[in-house]
Structure formats: structure tokens, C-alpha cells
Design a protein. Structure first.
Length: 256
């Protein structure tokens, strides 16, 4: 079965979002491989940690937000412990590479779980899904490539919105508390390819504004979360009464 990619309902003008998407379109065939200039070894560890934090025996709906060309999506698809798995990204090129990989997986191994995998093109700041649609929402290797701090706040708000009341969020940050990450990102960040690190403290405050509490922090690259280059966070809805997924601006600085 040819994997269908569902375009976003919103067709934005040629904005910074479009320029960023076009940059990732160009990178999509080799993204995440040893030749792309990144750290695929550490990113593989991040994906392994994130997949391991998904509730054991989960049979619900899973969202891979910022799925890219599908390294994590395909790993989840092979296990098949879900009712539906949705990968969403704003880069059409990334989604086309993932669609081809899904088709190859289905042809080679006959995974019936592939039938329950769907792809959608959309901005994380405006997800085209109903509130409470997913039991597990995952977002790794993505937030640092959004165009601004405000965009990340909006995206986290959307991830919270589409997560069920008893669901879980699994997020990853490139840690601004790590001096190497901070210097590297400051040097290479461009308008068409932003690289903006955030701290665990800042992300925790944003999640708490949305009524979620951090339950686990898993450092990757170094054993201590405060200075590890990558940190994977698992959060669940806190008992905060009628907290809504509205993120106010009075959160801690992302660079403290």
C-alpha cells in the first residue's frame, strides 16, 4: 500500500516557516546519517531512550511530532503496540522520505502495524488534531529547530492540547546549560536553519504552565541532566485543578 502523506489544511505564505521547511527538504535524503555532520550516535541514543519511556504495553494512539524522515517513527512502527501512530512534520521532503521507507518496510516484512501509521504535514504550533486525541505525544530532535522561543511555547501548548488527560508527553531538548551546545548553536544558527537550545528548568516551567509535571529526566551524552547535551523528559498531567494549556509569558528564561 502506498503510504499517503496528508498535506496541512493551512497553506502558509513564504514565511520563515517555509524557508526552514525548504532547508530540511534539501537535507531529507541523508538526514540523521553519519554523513550529515551531526551526532547520529547520540541521536540514536535519544530515540532509544524516548521509545523506552513509552508506557509498556501501550495500545493507544501515539503522535511523533517533528517526525522528520522517520527514524523514531519506524522504530515504533516495528513494535506495533498502538492503535494508531501518526507522524507529523512541516517538511514535505522529510515526509516523502519517510513514506518511501514505510512502503519498503511493508513490502519487505509485511508489518500489519504499518496500516495503522499515518503521516501529516503541519506546523507543530498549529496541529490539525482534536484535543485529547493521543495517549502518548513524543517530540525529539525538534524543538531547537523551531524559529523562536515563542514558537516553542506555542508548540508545547499544542502538544499538551492534543494529549489525553491521562496521557504522557515525551520531549527532548538540546540543553542550553551545556556550554558546548550553547556555543555550537550560537555559531551555526541561521534564519533558515535555527538552532536554539533550551534548559530543563525552562521547559519544566512551560510544562507546568500547561498543567503538566516532569516525572523523569534522562540525560544523554553525560550522566548528569543539568549539563548533559541532550535530555529526554517524560511529563504527565499534574493535579492542578482546572489548569488549561494556556502558556503565559512569565516563565523562566530559556537560557538560565
Amino acid at each position: 500500500m502506498k503510504q499517503q502523506v496528508v498535506p496541512s489544511d493551512t497553506k502558509p505564505s513564504r514565511t520563515q516557516h517555509m524557508r526552514i521547511a525548504e532547508s530540511f527538504d534539501k537535507l531529507s535524503p541523508g538526514y540523521g546519517t553519519p554523513t550529515d555532520g551531526g551526532r547520529p550516535d547520540l541521536q540514536a541514543k535519544v530515540r532509544k531512550v524516548a521509545a523506552g519511556l513509552v508506557a509498556k504495553g501501550s495500545h493507544g494512539n501515539i503522535l511523533d511530532a517533528g517526525c522528520g524522515n522517520g527514524a523514531l517513527t519506524l522504530s515504533l512502527a516495528k513494535h506495533g503496540h498502538y492503535s494508531s501512530l501518526v507522524g507529523v512534520d512541516f517538511s514535505w521532503g522529510m515526509l516523502r522520505v519517510l513514506a518511501d521507507r514505510v512502503e519498503a518496510l511493508e513490502d519487505q516484512r509485511g508489518h500489519d502495524s504499518v496500516e495503522r501509521l499515518h503521516l501529516s504535514q503541519a506546523l507543530l504550533e498549529r496541529l490539525p488534531f482534536a484535543s485529547g486525541a493521543f495517549d502518548t505525544v513524543i517530540c525529539v530532535n525538534t524543538l531547537h529547530n523551531l524559529c523562536s522561543e515563542e514558537a516553542v511555547r506555542m508548540a508545547v501548548g499544542e502538544l499538551i492540547r492534543v494529549c489525553k488527560a491521562n496521557g504522557e508527553l515525551i520531549l527532548e531538548i538540546h540543553n542550553a546549560s551545556n556550554p558546548v551546545v550553547r556555543r555550537h548553536f550560537a555559531r551555526y544558527s541561521k534564519p533558515h536553519m535555527p538552532t536554539i537550545p533550551y534548559t530543563v528548568k525552562w521547559l519544566r516551567s512551560v510544562l507546568e504552565q500547561g498543567g503538566f509535571a516532569v516525572r523523569r529526566k534522562v540525560p544523554v551524552g553525560l550522566p548528569v541532566a543539568t549539563i548533559a547535551p541532550f535530555v529526554v523528559i517524560k511529563a504527565e498531567r499534574a493535579n492542578l485543578g482546572n489548569s488549561q494549556s494556556r502558556l503565559s509569558s512569565d516563565v523562566d528564561s530559556p537560557f538560565c
